[in-house]
Design a protein around this ligand. Structure first.
Ligand code: HEC
Length: 152
Protein backbone atom coordinates (compact mmCIF):
# COMPACT_ATOMS: atom_id res chain seq x y z
CA UNK A 1 0.00 0.00 0.00
CA UNK A 2 2.60 2.54 1.12
CA UNK A 3 4.93 1.76 -1.75
CA UNK A 4 2.23 2.81 -4.25
CA UNK A 5 0.89 5.81 -2.34
CA UNK A 6 4.29 7.49 -1.93
CA UNK A 7 5.29 7.72 -5.61
CA UNK A 8 1.79 8.96 -6.40
CA UNK A 9 2.12 11.75 -3.82
CA UNK A 10 5.45 12.68 -5.39
CA UNK A 11 3.95 12.86 -8.86
CA UNK A 12 1.15 15.08 -7.59
CA UNK A 13 3.59 17.35 -5.78
CA UNK A 14 5.58 17.78 -8.98
CA UNK A 15 2.47 18.35 -11.09
CA UNK A 16 0.98 21.11 -8.92
CA UNK A 17 3.61 23.84 -9.47
CA UNK A 18 3.28 23.25 -13.22
CA UNK A 19 -0.45 23.92 -13.01
CA UNK A 20 0.13 27.07 -10.98
CA UNK A 21 2.66 28.33 -13.54
CA UNK A 22 0.18 27.66 -16.32
CA UNK A 23 -2.38 30.01 -14.76
CA UNK A 24 0.21 32.69 -14.09
CA UNK A 25 1.09 33.01 -17.77
CA UNK A 26 -2.55 33.49 -18.80
CA UNK A 27 -3.35 35.91 -15.98
CA UNK A 28 -0.34 37.47 -14.36
CA UNK A 29 -1.65 37.40 -10.80
CA UNK A 30 1.86 37.93 -9.37
CA UNK A 31 2.17 41.35 -10.87
CA UNK A 32 -1.42 42.19 -9.89
CA UNK A 33 -0.69 41.26 -6.26
CA UNK A 34 2.47 43.39 -6.37
CA UNK A 35 0.73 46.53 -7.58
CA UNK A 36 -2.13 46.01 -5.11
CA UNK A 37 0.42 45.72 -2.30
CA UNK A 38 2.01 49.02 -3.38
CA UNK A 39 -1.42 50.67 -3.25
CA UNK A 40 -2.08 49.16 0.20
CA UNK A 41 1.20 50.81 1.27
CA UNK A 42 -0.09 54.11 -0.16
CA UNK A 43 -3.30 53.65 1.83
CA UNK A 44 -1.33 53.07 5.05
CA UNK A 45 0.89 56.08 4.40
CA UNK A 46 -2.18 58.24 3.70
CA UNK A 47 -3.69 57.17 7.04
CA UNK A 48 -0.46 58.11 8.81
CA UNK A 49 -0.54 61.48 7.02
CA UNK A 50 -4.11 62.18 8.11
CA UNK A 51 -3.27 61.32 11.72
CA UNK A 52 -0.37 63.81 11.61
CA UNK A 53 -2.56 66.51 10.06
CA UNK A 54 -5.37 65.99 12.58
CA UNK A 55 -2.88 65.98 15.43
CA UNK A 56 -3.78 62.43 16.45
CA UNK A 57 -0.07 61.70 16.10
CA UNK A 58 2.28 64.45 17.33
CA UNK A 59 3.96 66.13 14.35
CA UNK A 60 7.28 64.55 13.50
CA UNK A 61 9.29 65.74 10.49
CA UNK A 62 10.81 62.29 9.92
CA UNK A 63 7.37 60.65 9.85
CA UNK A 64 6.10 63.32 7.46
CA UNK A 65 9.03 62.76 5.12
CA UNK A 66 8.46 59.01 5.31
CA UNK A 67 4.92 59.45 3.93
CA UNK A 68 6.22 61.12 0.77
CA UNK A 69 9.15 58.72 0.46
CA UNK A 70 6.95 55.61 0.60
CA UNK A 71 4.55 57.05 -1.97
CA UNK A 72 7.36 58.20 -4.25
CA UNK A 73 8.95 54.72 -4.20
CA UNK A 74 5.56 53.09 -4.78
CA UNK A 75 4.79 55.38 -7.70
CA UNK A 76 8.07 54.57 -9.43
CA UNK A 77 7.43 50.82 -9.19
CA UNK A 78 3.67 51.00 -9.85
CA UNK A 79 3.88 52.12 -13.50
CA UNK A 80 5.99 49.07 -14.42
CA UNK A 81 3.39 46.56 -13.21
CA UNK A 82 0.84 46.61 -16.05
CA UNK A 83 1.84 43.98 -18.64
CA UNK A 84 -0.77 42.89 -21.20
CA UNK A 85 -1.41 39.65 -19.32
CA UNK A 86 -2.54 41.44 -16.16
CA UNK A 87 -5.78 43.03 -17.39
CA UNK A 88 -7.93 40.52 -15.51
CA UNK A 89 -7.60 38.10 -12.61
CA UNK A 90 -6.50 38.45 -9.01
CA UNK A 91 -9.55 40.64 -8.23
CA UNK A 92 -7.85 43.48 -10.04
CA UNK A 93 -9.60 46.85 -10.09
CA UNK A 94 -7.34 48.13 -12.85
CA UNK A 95 -9.49 49.80 -15.48
CA UNK A 96 -9.11 48.84 -19.19
CA UNK A 97 -8.35 52.57 -19.69
CA UNK A 98 -4.79 51.86 -18.44
CA UNK A 99 -4.08 49.88 -21.60
CA UNK A 100 -6.32 51.98 -23.89
CA UNK A 101 -4.76 55.32 -22.91
CA UNK A 102 -1.18 54.45 -21.86
CA UNK A 103 0.13 58.02 -22.32
CA UNK A 104 -2.56 59.46 -20.03
CA UNK A 105 -1.94 56.75 -17.45
CA UNK A 106 1.79 57.43 -17.53
CA UNK A 107 1.13 61.17 -17.17
CA UNK A 108 -1.08 60.57 -14.11
CA UNK A 109 1.55 58.33 -12.55
CA UNK A 110 4.37 60.77 -13.39
CA UNK A 111 2.42 63.59 -11.72
CA UNK A 112 2.08 61.47 -8.58
CA UNK A 113 5.85 60.86 -8.61
CA UNK A 114 6.53 64.60 -9.15
CA UNK A 115 4.15 65.75 -6.39
CA UNK A 116 5.53 63.25 -3.86
CA UNK A 117 9.06 64.33 -4.86
CA UNK A 118 8.05 67.96 -4.23
CA UNK A 119 6.88 66.87 -0.76
CA UNK A 120 10.28 65.26 -0.09
CA UNK A 121 12.14 68.35 -1.35
CA UNK A 122 9.97 70.68 0.76
CA UNK A 123 11.13 68.89 3.95
CA UNK A 124 8.03 70.09 5.82
CA UNK A 125 9.01 71.20 9.34
CA UNK A 126 5.53 71.81 10.73
CA UNK A 127 1.94 70.60 10.29
CA UNK A 128 0.90 73.50 8.05
CA UNK A 129 3.75 72.95 5.61
CA UNK A 130 3.08 69.20 5.61
CA UNK A 131 -0.64 69.71 5.07
CA UNK A 132 -0.03 71.98 2.07
CA UNK A 133 2.30 69.47 0.38
CA UNK A 134 0.15 66.47 1.26
CA UNK A 135 -3.05 68.05 -0.05
CA UNK A 136 -1.44 68.26 -3.50
CA UNK A 137 -0.28 64.65 -3.27
CA UNK A 138 -3.69 63.38 -2.12
CA UNK A 139 -5.45 64.96 -5.11
CA UNK A 140 -3.59 62.41 -7.26
CA UNK A 141 -5.21 59.45 -5.49
CA UNK A 142 -8.73 60.53 -6.36
CA UNK A 143 -7.94 61.78 -9.82
CA UNK A 144 -6.12 58.62 -10.91
CA UNK A 145 -8.71 56.34 -9.33
CA UNK A 146 -11.52 58.15 -11.17
CA UNK A 147 -9.83 57.59 -14.52
CA UNK A 148 -7.99 54.32 -14.07
CA UNK A 149 -9.46 52.29 -11.21
CA UNK A 150 -12.64 50.40 -12.01
CA UNK A 151 -15.33 50.44 -9.35
CA UNK A 152 -16.33 46.92 -8.38
C1 HEC B 1 -1.47 56.68 -11.26
C2 HEC B 1 -2.68 56.11 -10.72
C3 HEC B 1 -2.91 55.96 -9.25
C4 HEC B 1 -2.54 56.82 -8.23
C5 HEC B 1 -1.78 58.13 -8.31
C6 HEC B 1 -3.03 56.22 -7.00
N1 HEC B 1 -3.68 55.04 -7.27
FE1 HEC B 1 -4.47 53.77 -5.89
N2 HEC B 1 -4.97 52.46 -7.38
C7 HEC B 1 -4.75 52.65 -8.73
C8 HEC B 1 -5.15 51.48 -9.47
C9 HEC B 1 -5.05 51.27 -10.99
C10 HEC B 1 -5.65 50.55 -8.52
C11 HEC B 1 -6.17 49.13 -8.79
C12 HEC B 1 -4.98 48.14 -8.82
C13 HEC B 1 -5.41 46.70 -9.08
O1 HEC B 1 -6.36 46.22 -8.41
O2 HEC B 1 -4.79 46.06 -9.93
C14 HEC B 1 -5.53 51.21 -7.21
C15 HEC B 1 -5.90 50.64 -5.99
C16 HEC B 1 -5.79 51.23 -4.75
C17 HEC B 1 -6.16 50.62 -3.49
C18 HEC B 1 -6.73 49.21 -3.31
C19 HEC B 1 -5.57 48.24 -3.15
C20 HEC B 1 -6.03 46.80 -2.90
O3 HEC B 1 -6.15 46.03 -3.87
O4 HEC B 1 -6.28 46.47 -1.72
C21 HEC B 1 -5.88 51.54 -2.49
C22 HEC B 1 -6.08 51.36 -0.99
C23 HEC B 1 -5.34 52.72 -3.13
N3 HEC B 1 -5.29 52.50 -4.51
C24 HEC B 1 -4.93 53.86 -2.45
C25 HEC B 1 -4.31 54.96 -3.07
C26 HEC B 1 -3.87 56.14 -2.35
C27 HEC B 1 -4.07 56.39 -0.86
C28 HEC B 1 -3.28 56.95 -3.28
C29 HEC B 1 -2.65 58.30 -3.09
C30 HEC B 1 -1.76 58.50 -2.01
C31 HEC B 1 -3.37 56.26 -4.57
N4 HEC B 1 -4.01 55.07 -4.39
C32 HEC B 1 -2.87 56.79 -5.75
C33 HEC B 1 -4.20 53.77 -9.31
C34 HEC B 1 -3.64 54.85 -8.64
Amino acid sequence: MHSIARPLALVLALALPAVALGTASAQNTDVIAQRQQLMKNNGKAAKAANALIKGETPFDAAAALQVFQVMNDDGKKFATLFPEDSKTGGKTEASPAIWEKPAEFKAANDKFIADTQAGIDAKPADVDAFKAAFTKVAANCQSCHQQFRAKD
